[in-house]
Design a protein around this ligand. Sequence first.
Ligand code: F6P
Length: 341
Amino acid sequence: MRIGVLTGGGDCPGLNAVIRAVVRKGIEAHGWEIVGFRNGWQGPLEGKSKPIGLDQVEDILTRGGTILGSSRTNPYKIDGGVDRIKAVLADQGIDALVAIGGEDTLGVAKKLTDDGVGVVGVPKTIDNDLGATDYTFGFDTAVHIATESIDRLRTTAESHHRALVVEVMGRHAGWIALHSGLAGGANVILVPERQFSVDKVVQWVERRFEREYAPIIVVAEGAVPEGGAEVLTSGEKDAFGHVRLGGVGTWLAEEIAQRTGKESRAVVLGHTQRGGTPTAYDRVLATRFGLHAVDAVHDGDFGVMVALRGTDIVRVKLSEATAELKTVPLERYQEAEVFFG
Ligand code: F6P
């Protein structure tokens, strides 16, 4: 059998660990040939691929990014895109695909399965917002990086008696903000799921200053002030219709400075959260996902995504995984509120 593998969407620590597991088990347990497609769905669209052997995956377990490259290409937005993919797969003798990605990449995987292509999905995203899986790999690493940053920002904030606003990733879901905020002892955590009152934030900040502490405010990039709108970096949209978010942290730091008369600074953690080596947890989860994806291909069980349920890896329908984003439930957010102010 010849099995194709690709990584799509925003990159994420642990992608290489999945590729390595697919290659190792595919070759050693089943004698398959593994073909790596370049840059997400662009690879099968344009026939850009190369065989991946054991040598190519020898040193990649700990490496961030993806040796295959990634993109946000959407074949369903390209005239004749699906037919081109089918023709390339037939031409290259590819029997099935392992697609590693988030909601967009796996949304395409689902449609392709409906269109007769054999695909198994592997969930990745630092945002942890994919449905039907308890966790995605990359999330633990992102939270670790954000928490370490909060720890560092706290000491400088205290030295200068400043408020520090830390903007983290999270377009529709505030998982990174919630977890890093809790782990880092933030005084305010703001998530996209719940509009925030600037007056309330200012009250919490003032209360913190009264007790001679420097407040740390963790805000997800997609968080929205009451009656306001998402803050955008630009109006540009990607092939899946997503705008580029960013700037809410800077905006909020200015509001806090104006309303409290205290110095405030904003730090945008941005892509540092997606870079570098994955944590041990993410390496193990990514590796297990890769191994179970090979099992699904071996069983001919297409149109599924491997998922974490408790400590088990299970298979769920791609349709279930992509039906709805997994956002932070209100009661989970409310747990953290006792620490605000
Ligand atoms: O992968 C999801 C994500 O991390 C979002 O939180 C963020 O909005 C987006 O990627 C930014 O990605 P890029 O700058 O690569 O388009």
